[in-house]
Write a protein that binds this ligand. Structure first.
Ligand code: HEC
Ligand code: HEC
Ligand code: HEC
Ligand code: HEC
Ligand code: HEC
Ligand code: HEC
Length: 314
């Protein structure tokens, strides 16, 4: 069986459990969305011309990843007509891949960069054409925008939540498996990555090659920590996840980030707004943020979120 297919079959199984983390409902459920637009549309006509000149050799005449050159690639050219996988990806992501190549999003460099050959308009048109091939059909209004957090750190491996949690809908708790049962949400072990990447991307994607390197050396991946409270505080994930709070309530739309970041901690702007009496909402991960939510939640019957100092400060 070819690797891409093995991965996808596995993922279909995984995505059945994705209901655990409510933030990742499939955006493309609008049944009966518009049929593929007719080719008289001038954008589509231009896009089609670009597609047949530059893309069809690899991605195939109908976008299904079965072009004449496809067989030569370890990571197969994507099936651009698979709406289930392609529709959740924002234009900005597709444009970046087309312009700067697969590696710009951590994908295989088998997808070449076209910046030298295609201008912005041509890229926009070819995206419109690729969208028109999708089944189930693409409906632009249901695509959530990419979220770029300023200052998000570079990680030792370009791991994209947009691809894993957004495109493939892998459940948050498949990887962050401790969130329900312990203080920490936890990060996946190298073994967990290898469960999929022993095969997927192993031969020609250097970012995935790095996973194999850590695995061979028996080393954990040194991920850079992002959401972090000071040592003198106590925050248990378990209580919050079991109370039904979604990950995104506190972490933002992680499944739309190619790089995770968080606007956390005190900020000068907030302090100044407070000073002039404007009372902005407290910044995430500050004490005011915890306490504000606890007060609000305590209005719900049966909820007992602590307000006493010692529960959060042991
Ligand atoms: C030389 C072969 C080749 C050509 C030519 C090529 N691609 Fe690709 N493309 C690939 C491969 C291989 C991948 C898979 C990368 C991966 O999954 O790691 C890919 C992936 C993509 C993706 C990412 C989709 C996803 O799964 O996230 C897009 C979008 C894309 N190609 C669009 C295009 C467009 C548009 C053109 C023409 C302008 C084009 N490609 C030309 C080989 C090619
Ligand atoms: C395939 C595994 C995988 C899936 C699925 C996944 N994550 Fe992650 N997550 C990671 C890895 C690896 C990191 C560390 C690298 C990084 O920050 O991108 C991480 C980092 C994070 C962080 C930052 C941790 C820190 O250092 O503060 C948060 C928050 C997070 N994930 C939330 C989520 C949410 C919410 C979802 C579901 C929408 C999700 N993750 C789905 C693997 C995964
Ligand atoms: C009520 C807010 C809240 C919710 C809900 C929440 N988190 Fe967190 N998360 C935090 C805070 C606060 C931290 C920093 C904790 C610390 O430094 O002790 C954190 C840290 C993390 C980390 C890095 C440290 C660790 O615990 O491993 C990951 C990964 C993470 N969260 C993932 C998730 C995932 C996945 C979910 C959903 C299943 C989730 N979080 C739900 C507030 C939340
Ligand atoms: C349940 C299966 C699964 C697991 C577990 C998994 N991945 Fe992936 N990963 C995929 C699939 C599918 C792709 C898309 C491959 C492609 O299109 O080229 C992918 C793509 C990638 C890529 C290239 C695109 C990107 O995200 O930048 C990297 C790097 C990657 N994975 C790293 C990791 C790491 C690190 C872990 C463990 C923390 C991990 N993966 C866990 C299925 C998985
Ligand atoms: C979005 C709302 C929300 C935010 C933000 C939030 N909490 Fe909570 N917290 C809750 C709820 C709901 C409960 C559970 C109440 C229950 O189980 O009855 C809870 C419970 C707790 C508990 C009690 C755990 C237990 O075992 O009984 C602690 C400790 C706690 N939170 C600490 C924090 C800290 C520290 C922060 C800020 C870093 C924080 N929380 C932010 C909603 C929130
Ligand atoms: C719901 C959890 C929670 C409760 C209840 C809570 N705190 Fe905090 N507190 C935090 C968190 C999280 C921080 C760290 C983030 C920050 O500095 O805003 C913090 C920070 C602090 C700091 C350091 C502030 C600084 O500027 O460095 C002090 C002092 C403090 N708390 C005292 C108290 C006292 C006194 C009480 C009881 C009246 C209390 N806290 C109740 C969560 C809590």
């Amino acid at each position: 069986m070819e690797p891409g297919r093995a991965g996808r079959l596995l993922l279909l199984g995984v995505s059945l459990t994705s209901a655990l983390c409510g933030a990742s409902t499939h955006p493309v459920s609008a049944a009966g969305a518009a049929a593929p637009a007719p080719l008289e549309d001038p954008y589509l006509k231009n896009g089609r011309a670009v597609y047949f000149t530059h893309c069809a050799a690899c991605h195939g005449e109908r976008g299904q990843g079965d072009g004449a050159s496809a067989a030569g690639f370890a990571t197969k050219p994507s099936n651009l007509a698979d709406g289930r996988l392609m529709n959740p990806l924002p234009d900005e992501f597709l444009a970046n891949v087309i312009q700067r190549g697969g590696s710009a999003e951590g994908l295989s460099p088998g997808m070449p960069a076209f910046a030298q050959y295609l201008g912005e308009t041509q890229i926009r048109d070819v995206i419109a054409y690729v969208r028109s091939l999708a089944s189930p059909p693409f409906a632009s209004l249901t695509v959530p925008a990419l979220v770029t957090v300023p200052g998000a750190p570079h990680q030792p491996i370009f791991f994209s939540h947009l691809i894993h949690a957004g495109k493939y809908q892998i459940a948050c708790q498949y990887c962050h498996a401790d969130a329900r049962r312990s203080e920490y949400a936890g990060l996946p072990s190298v073994e967990r990555c290898m469960g999929c990447h022993k095969i997927i991307g192993a031969q020609d994607n250097p970012e995935i090659g790095k996973i194999h390197d850590y695995w061979r050396r028996g080393q954990p991946i040194p991920w850079v920590r992002i959401f972090k409270l000071p040592e003198f505080t106590y925050f248990p994930h378990k209580a919050h996840v079991r109370a039904g709070l979604e990950c995104g309530t506190c972490h933002g739309p992680i499944e739309r980030m190619r790089r995770v970041g968080g606007p956390t901690g005190p900020s000068l702007v907030n302090d100044l707004l407070n000073l002039v009496g404007l009372k902005p909402p407290p910044r995430p991960l500050t004490m005011g943020w915890c306490v504000t939510c606890h007060r609000r939640e305590n209005a719900r019957p049966g909820v007992k979120a602590p307000l006493d100092c010692v529960t959060c400060h042991h």
